[in-house]
Structures are given as C-alpha cells and as structure tokens.
Design a protein around this ligand. Structure first.
Ligand code: CTP
Length: 401
C-alpha cells in the first residue's frame, strides 16, 4: 500500500463521517489520498476536517480544478491507483449507472481509467428498492467493485442491509484490489449465455440462459487480474469488464470465436450451447401455406465446443472446465460427462425445480475431477465464481512474475 494513491469520492450520507476513519487508516498504510466531496457530503463532514486528515486539498466542484496548471479533473481521475466511493449513496449509484457527469464526483468517475470500488450506504428500503438493485447490477456489469453494505441498526432507526462497511473492511477490500491478484497475467477463456439458432430471418430456437453465471465468473477473474476472453451468445445480463468481448449468435459462431481466442491457460465453458441447429434455415420469412401445412424443420448437430477444446490436438488449454446441469443421478451423470468430453473438471449443478437453483441467485455445486466428487456448500453464484477462481489459480500454480 506504501506509495499508492487513492482518490476517495465522498457521497452525501450520514455515513460520510466514517470516511474520516478510512482516510486515517489509508494514511497509516502510507497511501496518498486525494478527496472529492459531493455537494451533499459537505452537509455531513466539513472539507476542513477531511483536508486536515488527508493532508491534501479537498476538491468539491469543477471550478476547484479550473486551474489546469495545477490538476485538471482528467488528471485527478487518472493519477490515482484506485478510485473509492464511500459512502456510495442511492443517488450517486444511480448517477454512476446512468453515466451522468453533472458534478465533479461523477465527472471524475466517468473520466477515470482506473478501477473503481464502491462502498454503498443508505436506508434499508432504498437499498432493497428495485431501482438500486438494478443500478447495482449495471455497475457490477461495468466492472465496478463493491464492498458491503453491512446489515444492522441504521441511523434512521430501521434495521437491515444498508450500513456502510466498517472502515477496516473497506481498507481490506482496497488492499485486495491493489494487490496483483492470483490470476495476474493468466489468459482465461469464458463462454457464456445462450445461443440462437435461426429458423428464418425473424425466428430462432433459443434457451432460457441469461448469461448470469458466465458473467459472474468473468467478472471475478478480471478482478483477480486475469486477462479474460469472453465469448457470449445473446445474453440479457450486462457484459462484464473483460479484456476482450466477442458477441456471437449461433453455436457455430461461438465455436469459431473460441478457436480464434486460443491460446488460453484455462477455458471455462459456461455457455448453454444449443445442441442442434436448423439445417438450411430459410433466407426469407416462412409463410403460412393456404393448405395450413406446418413447416418441417430438419436439425443438424452443433459442434461440441467443450469437447473440441478438451481434445484440441495442438492448443488444448492446460485446464478445461465444463458445467453439467442435471436433474437426477447428478454425480454419476456428471462423472460420465467429464469422461465423454475429455475435460479436467465438471462443475455439476442439481437443477431440480425444488432446489430453486435454475434462475436463482445461489448454486450448489459438486466439482468432479480425476480425484472424484467434491460437494461445495450452497452459496451465491458470485461466491461460487470466487471459489472457482481461487481453485484455478491454485491449479495453474499461482501468479506469474
Ligand atoms: N457445451 C459446449 N458445446 C455444446 C454443448 C455443450 O461447449 N455444443 C458445454 C457447455 O458449455 C457445458 C457442458 O458442455 O459446459 C455441458 O453441457 P450440457 O448441455 O450439460 O451437455 P450436453 O453435451 O449437451 O449433454 P446433455 O444435454 O445430453 O446432458
């Protein structure tokens, strides 16, 4: 942390006073701290106290930076190693998600080329509001890192999630983000989302995959320093922050994009690839016939992308991982699938409707390797992605120099 520079954006909430402690902790670790306060933040902490603790000037509006000889807002946003927003209020999160640049704080956040870590804090109802949750997903999709909020008694007298994470926890998140990351320098390929197989120019065959799983994995890998190649079908989930994003539609296009993205040190096939495509899809919209005869579709098998990667004669990634969503005999079927596809690990999911896993926020994975089956406890998809990333880092032998 010594010698690193943090740009701290203080939002206008009661938790703003906690950032004084955060500044003290950061300075204690040898970090330089530049501070931008929103106008509302000034109602909770005085620029003078912030400036005294930070040991530097506090910036409040664009006019503080008109003297370009000193430091312009672009330079301010880029001089930092990391931008931290605490407290990230509902309003600030909404403006960030919407790409606003209507004050110094949001302008700096739009202009920065550095990673951004937000520590949300707000009333529990505001946190639970669909708009805030939607903004949170957008921000995560933009690659923004999040610490907290914590649950507990709130200044407004209510109880629940919405409290600013404790300053030591924010400091730990900053340290984690600034450290190189266990996957630094590793090129990892992730397939994600559904595929669409055309019937004619306006109709297609698809599946219900949202791409949430592959996206969560890519997002965690990026944060841990990996260079992520992300090949996605037409998913509804916001795109992650990846080194390279290739958008495809069909399984054949996905197979070609994956081949073009090699070499990679690990490949994770999270896409829900259609097994079949329509042979000779019509080039014009298929019309109803006067006799009312329904059209006949002929299907051809799609390339198995996971199997192709796992059996590649020259460019097989050292670690190839697939998924298996099963409703019965999960371990036996996933073990057979691992052998059939020739991959190293299969992450098997029990997707019986009563588990609530399909389309839900949680996963109950069993990892199948050549050592057998290892059941993981039920956890969020994000937590499972984090666990997977650390196992991959371990298998690949830690960070590269
Ligand atoms: N997969 C792939 N290419 C395909 C089909 C599947 O890369 N054409 C990958 C998926 O991304 C997943 C794994 O293979 O990681 C298993 O997918 P699944 O649909 O469960 O396997 P299938 O081979 O289609 O077997 P089945 O549907 O018969 O269970």
């Amino acid at each position: 942390m010594q010698g690193r520079r943090i740009l701290l954006v203080i939002g206008g909430g009661i938790a703003a006073y906690n950032t004084l402690e955060l500044i003290r902790l950061l300075r204690g670790r040898g970090c330089a701290v530049d501070v931008v306060m929103t106008e509302a933040a000034g109602a909770f902490v005085t620029p003078l106290s912030v400036s005294a603790l930070a040991g530097s000037r506090v910036y409040r509006d664009l006019f503080d930076l008109t003297d370009e000889a000193e430091m312009g807002h672009i330079q301010l946003s880029r001089a930092a190693d990391l931008v931290v927003v605490a407290p990230a209020t509902a309003d600030l999160m909404a403006r960030m998600a919407g790409g606003h640049a209507n004050d110094l704080a949001t302008t700096v956040l739009m202009a920065t080329d550095k990673r951004v870590l937000i520590a949300p804090a707000m009333n529990v109802r505001m946190w639970d509001h669909p708009a805030t949750q939607r903004n949170l997903r957008t921000l995560e999709g933009d690659g923004i890192l999040v610490v907290g909020p914590d649950s507990g008694d709130m200044a407004c007298g209510e109880y629940g999630p919405g409290r600013l994470a404790e300053p030591p926890a924010i400091l730990a998140a900053i340290e984690r983000t600034l450290s190189a990351g266990p996957l630094r320098g590793r090129r990892i390929l992730v397939t994600s989302g559904p595929t669409h197989e055309p019937i004619d120019p306006v109709r297609y065959i698809a599946n219900r995959s949202s791409g949430a799983h592959g996206t969560a994995i890519a997002r965690v890998f990026s944060v841990l320093g990996a260079e992520v190649g992300f090949v996605t079908g037409p998913a509804t989930e916001a795109r992650p922050n990846a080194a390279e994003i290739v958008e495809v539609e069909t399984a054949a296009e996905m197979a070609a994009a994956v081949a073009a993205a090699l070499p990679a040190e690990a490949a994770i096939c999270a896409a829900a690839v259609a097994d079949w495509h329509v042979i000779d899809a019509a080039t014009r919209k298929i019309k109803k016939t006067p006799a009312g005869t329904p059209p006949t579709l002929r299907f051809g098998e799609n390339p198995d992308i996971l199997k192709t990667l796992a059996t590649h004669p020259t460019q097989r990634p050292p670690l190839v991982i697939g998924f298996a969503a099963e409703t019965d005999d999960v371990v036996a079927k996933a073990t057979a699938k691992r052998a059939r596809k020739g991959c190293d690990w299969i992450l098997a999911n029990d997707v019986r409707p009563e588990t609530g896993i399909m389309g839900g926020r949680e996963n109950a994975i069993t990892r199948i390797t050549d050592q057998g089956a290892e059941p993981w406890p039920r956890m969020t998809k994000e937590a499972a992605a984090g666990k997977l990333a650390h196992l991959i880092a371990e298998a690949l032998g830690g960070a590269q120099p």
